[in-house]
Design a protein around this ligand. Sequence first.
Ligand code: 13P
Ligand code: SF4
Length: 318
Amino acid sequence: MTNTIYERVASVIPAAEWALFEPYVNAINALKRERNAVILAHNYQTPEIFHGVADIVGDSLHLARAARRAEADVILVCGVYFMGETAKLLNPERTVLVPDKKAGCSLAESITAADVRALRERYPGVPVVAYVNTTAAVKAESDICCTSSNAVRIVESLGVPRVIVLPDEFLAAYVAANTSVEIISWKGRCEVHERFRGIDVERLREDDDGLVVIAHPECPPDVIEASDFAGSTSQMVEFVRAHQDRRVVLLTECSMSDNVVAEFPNVEFVRPCNLCPHMKRNTLPKILRSLQTMQEEVFVESSVRVRAVRAIDAMLAM
Ligand code: 13P
Ligand code: SF4
């Protein structure tokens, strides 16, 4: 069984390293069956997690939808803490685990529930769209959630001339560039994507004029401007699948290219990329320990849950 898994990661994990991962992969997959557990993993998880033990992989929207449909007794979320919270909001009766509760996010940490209440006082009547990269408490103060794959559609669905989009100032700028709705933003940034620069894209193109540049909407506006396409992590993969370009650079987290390289043998993935230290807190030993000890369990206070789930449901209903 692990031979078939290894075929998918052989180009990015040396055999000697795989020998260290293999016992964990086997133990996790066996324990998953015993516990009736499902593992949801974000596209930024390392290849041994993504291909070795995950049952469902994808972008934030896909994982939220999968969490909504989950029937397992235990949902283990390999991503960052807000993703575990989203799964718990949608599954209050099930056990939701994360391998490491310290896996935070610079966007989720950039805004509090009190900040959202202050924004509402400043802009009375203006609806609040919260990126899923927020705490449950912030979602609870918002009207509807969005992800990078549906943000423009969600904003336009509200049918009003002005909308608050928080907390990512760059995602808000991306939405503003793609709609006539006036966007009020917050000052949060993704510490991974803010490091890409437009000048780097220009230099990459100077070195290879056939290079196709794909950026995440959390990148600064000059990077998006200089790119051929911008979209969520899953939309990036769909773009690569549809176009099959010879040389591609994914301006996002490093594991993205590692995880899809086997699917596209004719595409060369050019790096640079940036690592998300929070996503990288998840490891096979921590996942195994999590299933063995049923720690670390995610809880959301019920008064927060009722309001936060409304904002997520409004998005999923779209
Ligand atoms: P998506 O997978 O929804 O594009 O989100 C990217 C991200 O940064 C998640 O933390
Ligand atoms: Fe947060 Fe950025 Fe890491 Fe995603 S990549 S979890 S947005 S810090």
